[in-house]
Design a protein around this ligand. Structure first.
Ligand code: FAD
Ligand code: PYC
Length: 414
C-alpha cells in the first residue's frame, strides 16, 4: 500500500487525484483461515491488526454482515478518556488512550485524535464525592486526572451556566489528555492496515452459524458459504448474545439502543468535551461546528438502532439548563446504535466454553475509547491463550462474583 505523506498528497493534487488506490481489497473468502474475526467494527479490526502486527498471524479474515464501521463504531460520539475507577479498567482504557496518541502515525492514516480534554461535571454532592474518589484512584493508577473547581470549569467552558437551580455545577473531574477522534477514520485506518498485511476484509458476509467438532470450533457458516478456521473471535457488540447462542453458550449480556443527535453547525464555542452524567447528557463541538449531543440508553432491551423521541426531549431539556445557548439551536440529525451491556458495566474479553472461540463484547456505551487497547489485548489472548490486560475481564467473573463495577465511570446511565 502506498504511504500517505505530504509528498504523496502534493503529487496527487498535481494529477487531479487520479492515482489513489483503494484502501482495502474486497476479496472472495478463502476456504480456510488461521483466524476469523466476526464483526468489522473498531474492536474486530483492531484485533485483526494486532494479530498481524504483534503476533505475525496474517492468514486472517474479518467478516462483516453490513459495511465496515457501520455498527456502533460509526454511530458513537467519539469521546476518549480513561478516568475509570477500578484498576483493571484504568489499565486497559489508559493503554487504549495512549495508543490513540500515536495511532495516526502507527496506521499511517489520520484518525484526527484531538486530545482537547474531557470534563465530567459534578452536579450533586454525591457526584462530588464520587469524582474525588475517582481522582484519588487515578492518581494511584498513573492516570492523570484532577478534580477542578466550578470557577475552573467556567474558564474551560465559558458557555456553561454554573447556577442552574436544579443542576448547579459544583466542580468536575477533568482529564486534560482525553478527547475525541474521527470514528470512521479509526475503522478505515485499521482496515487499510489489515488489508496491507494480506488479511481479507469481507463485507456483506453475515455469519449465520458456527461449526464445531465436539467442543472445538472448526469454522463458520455465512451468506457467502462455509469457511473453516482454527480460531474464531466474536466481536459483534449488540449481537453478541445472538452469536454466542449460535456457538452453543450463553453470555451475561443485554442489548439496548443508545442514541445521539447533532445540531446545525455554529461558530466555535466549546473546545473541550463536557459530560453531565446527572442529567444523562454530554456535548462536544465537531470540526464542522455541529454540537454533538448524546443521551441515556433506552430503558428496555431492543435491537432497533433508532432510539426513542422521549430521550431527545429529556436530554435536551436538561442540557438547556446547563448550556442555555442550545435552546436557540436547530437539531439536524438523530441516530441510534445497539450497545451490549453487562451487569457490572465492564467488558468481556474472554475464552469461551468452545475451544478456539474467543469473545470480545460488553463495551456498552463506552467502547469507542477502548478500541486500540481492546484489540491489543484480544489479539494477545487469541494468539497466546492469555493477556495481562484481558485476564480480569473473563466471562467467568460473573459466576465467581469478581465484578469490575464501573456503573458510575460508564458515564451514561443504564
Ligand atoms: P460495532 O462497531 O457495533 O461492530 C460490530 C460489528 O459486528 C457491526 O459492524 C455488525 O454489523 C457486525 N455483526 C453483527 N453480527 C454479525 C454477523 N452475524 N455476521 C457478521 N457481522 C456481524 N463509546 C465511547 O467510548 N465514547 C463515546 O462517546 C461513545 N458514544 C456512543 C454513542 C452512541 C449513540 C452509541 C450507540 C455508542 C457509543 N459508544 C461510545 C460506544 C461505542 O460506540 C461502542 O462501544 C463501540 O463502537 C463498539 O465497537 P465494536 O467494534 O465492538 O462494535
Ligand atoms: O464512555 O465516555 C463515554 C461515553 C460518552 C458518551 C457515550 N459514552
Amino acid at each position: 500500500m502506498r504511504r500517505f505523506s505530504a509528498f504523496a498528497i502534493a503529487r496527487e493534487a498535481a494529477r487531479h487525484h487520479s492515482g489513489w488506490e483503494r484502501h482495502w481489497r474486497s476479496p472472495t473468502p478463502k476456504k480456510h483461515y488461521d483466524a476469523i474475526i466476526i464483526g468489522a467494527g473498531g474492536h474486530g479490526l483492531a484485533t485483526a491488526y494486532h494479530l498481524g502486527k504483534d503476533h505475525g498471524i496474517t492468514n486472517v479474515a474479518v467478516l462483516e454482515k453490513g459495511w465496515l464501521g457501520g455498527g456502533n463504531t460509526g454511530r458513537n460520539t467519539t469521546i476518549i478518556r480513561s478516568n475509570y475507577l477500578q484498576d483493571p479498567s484504568a489499565a486497559i482504557y489508559e493503554k487504549a488512550r495512549s495508543l490513540y496518541e500515536t495511532l495516526s502515525q502507527d496506521l499511517n492514516y489520520n484518525v484526527m485524535y484531538s486530545p482537547r480534554g474531557v470534563i465530567m461535571l459534578a452536579q450533586t454532592e454525591h457526584e462530588v464525592r464520587g469524582y474525588l474518589r475517582t481522582a484519588h484512584a487515578n492518581a494511584l493508577q498513573g492516570v492523570q486526572t484532577e478534580f477542578i473547581s466550578p470557577q475552573r470549569v467556567k474558564e474551560l467552558v465559558p458557555i456553561i451556566n454554573l447556577e442552574g437551580p436544579r443542576y448547579p455545577v459544583l466542580g468536575g473531574l477533568w482529564q486534560a489528555r482525553a478527547g475525541t477522534a474521527r470514528h470512521d477514520a479509526v475503522a478505515w485506518g485499521y482496515a487499510r492496515a489489515c488489508s496491507d498485511m494480506g488479511m481479507d476484509i469481507i463485507q456483506k458476509c453475515e455469519v449465520t452459524g458456527i461449526k464445531r467438532d465436539g467442543d472445538k470450533v472448526t469454522g463458520v457458516e455465512t451468506t457467502l458459504g462455509d469457511i473453516c478456521c482454527n480460531k474464531l473471535g466474536i466481536v459483534v457488540a449488540g449481537h453478541s448474545g445472538v452469536m454466542a447462542e449460535k456457538a452453543g453458550f450463553r453470555l451475561p449480556i443485554e442489548s439496548v439502543a443508545l442514541q445521539a443527535l447533532v445540531s446545525e453547525p455554529i461558530k466555535p464555542c466549546m473546545d473541550v468535551v463536557v459530560m453531565a452524567n446527572t442529567v444523562h447528557g454530554y456535548m462536544s463541538q465537531s470540526d464542522k461546528g455541529e454540537m454533538v449531543i448524546g443521551g441515556g440508553a433506552d430503558g428496555y432491551n431492543n435491537y432497533t438502532q433508532r432510539g426513542s423521541f422521549h430521550h431527545i426531549e429529556e436530554t435536551v431539556r436538561a442540557l438547556v439548563e446547563t448550556f442555555p445557548m442550545i435552546s436557540r439551536l436547530k437539531m439536524l440529525r438523530q441516530w441510534g446504535g445497539i450497545v451490549d451491556m453487562t451487569g457490572d458495566r465492564s467488558p468481556i474479553i474472554s475464552k469461551t466454553p468452545v475451544e478456539g472461540v474467543f469473545v470480545n463484547c460488553g463495551w456498552g456505551t463506552g467502547g469507542f475509547k477502548a478500541i486500540p487497547g481492546s484489540g491489543y489485548a484480544m489479539a494477545e489472548l487469541m494468539a497466546k491463550g492469555g493477556s495481562p490486560l484481558a485476564d480480569e475481564f473473563s466471562m467467568w467473573r460473573f459466576r465467581e462474583g469478581k465484578f469490575i463495577d464501573e456503573s458510575v465511570a460508564a458515564g451514561v446511565a443504564h
